[in-house]
Every structure is written in C-alpha cells, then in structure tokens.
Design a protein around this ligand. Structure first.
Ligand code: ATP
Length: 180
C-alpha cells in the first residue's frame, strides 16, 4: 500500500482545500516556523484514526477544526482524505481488490468523527486495523515529529532504551496483526 495524496479541508491552519502529493522518496517536510509542517503530519495521524486530542496538540478533538483567523470566520467541520495505491493488492479484505483506497475522516462540531473507505461509512476501528495491517498507523514510530530526533540523542541511556524498545514492540505487534 503506497500513500499517494493527502487532502485537507478546514483542518487546523488549512482552511482552504490543500493537497499534498506523496511522491516516492518523500521522507520529510521542511519550512519556516509556523508554516504548518506539524499540522500536515498530524493530519496524517488523524486520518489513520488518532484518538488522542493531546497528540493533536489540542484540548478536545474539535480543536483540529479551523478556529478562525483575521478576517476568516471559524469553520464547523474539518476533513482529511488519504489516497492509497493498492495496485499490489496488499490491503486486507474486503478492500484487497480495490486498486485505489480513499480513506477519509470528517469531524463536525458537536457530532464527532465519521470515517469512510471508498465512500462507504466504516468504524474508526476498521480504519485503524487497515493501517495496522500495513504496519503503520496513527502511533507509528515511523512518523517522526519535529525535535524528536534531538530528544532521542539527548535522552539518558535508560530513557533512550525505553523509546527504542517501544519502537520494536510496535513493529512486532504490527507484524503479528498482519500474520493473523
Ligand atoms: P513550528 O516550526 O513552530 O513547529 P510548524 O511549521 O510545525 O511550526 P504548525 O505548528 O503545524 O507549524 O502550525 C502552526 C500554525 O497553525 C499556527 O499558526 C497555528 O495558529 C495554526 N493553527 C493550529 N491549529 C489551528 C486551528 N484549529 N485553527 C486555525 N489555525 C490553527
């Protein structure tokens, strides 16, 4: 499963529709402070089923919705859509034979989140399992936020060991999930 495109509408600072093409070899996002790099990474975790508002740097999940800015009123909903190439048919059933997967998550104020895969409404759990099967997901250690590498280098040996063990454990669990 190859991530191809990420679309954001009303998510955090991305009030207008924005599209990020995920070409082969893309490994990082750079840009000036405050331009929205972390928001892009968070939108990827969010569409994969992240359920901690704290991990989204908010108090509640609705804080991911565009909250307004000078001359722009706040929005009532946010949506993130991830397009995945499944040409190699690695997606689990019932999506194995779909050449493309469109996974989306939408949140409305007062109504919570709705998830869809190829237009069909599914549970958060279905989306989380889809990504767990592909050894990735909202908590994947492969998604490295800003400052995390320097934290790892600066960490005390015991703390570093704890982080590295958590990473191997996550990989092991993802592997076990895909074997079942
Ligand atoms: P830094 O380099 O400082 O970490 P960054 O490039 O990672 O910054 P982000 O932290 O992703 O940038 O984006 C920060 C911007 O997004 C800030 O201007 C913040 O006000 C804005 N922002 C975050 N959440 C919302 C929201 N719900 N509504 C509107 N703007 C938001």
């Amino acid at each position: 499963m190859q991530f191809q495109r990420l679309r954001l509408v009303g998510f955090k600072s991305f009030v207008d529709p924005a599209e990020v093409q995920i070409e082969a070899g893309l490994t990082g996002i750079v840009g000036p402070n405050g331009c929205g790099k972390s928001n892009v990474l968070e939108s990827l975790r969010w569409v994969m089923g992240a359920n901690s508002a704290k991990a989204m740097r908010g108090q509640g999940m609705e804080d991911v919705i565009f909250a307004g800015a000078a001359g722009r009123p706040p929005r009532n909903h946010a949506e993130v859509q991830l397009t995945i190439d499944n040409a190699q048919k690695r997606a689990p059933q019932p999506f194995t034979d779909s050449p493309m997967l469109e996974v989306s998550r939408r949140i409305e104020r007062g109504r919570g989140s709705t998830y869809r895969i190829n237009g069909k409404e599914v549970r958060a759990r279905d989306v989380q399992l889809l990504f767990a099967d592909a050894s990735t997901g909202a908590n994947s250690p492969a998604l490295v936020r800003q400052g995390q590498i320097s934290e790892l280098i600066a960490a005390k040996p015991q703390n570093r060991r704890r982080i590295l063990e958590a990473v191997s454990y996550t990989h092991l669990r993802a592997h076990e999930t895909s074997l079942h």
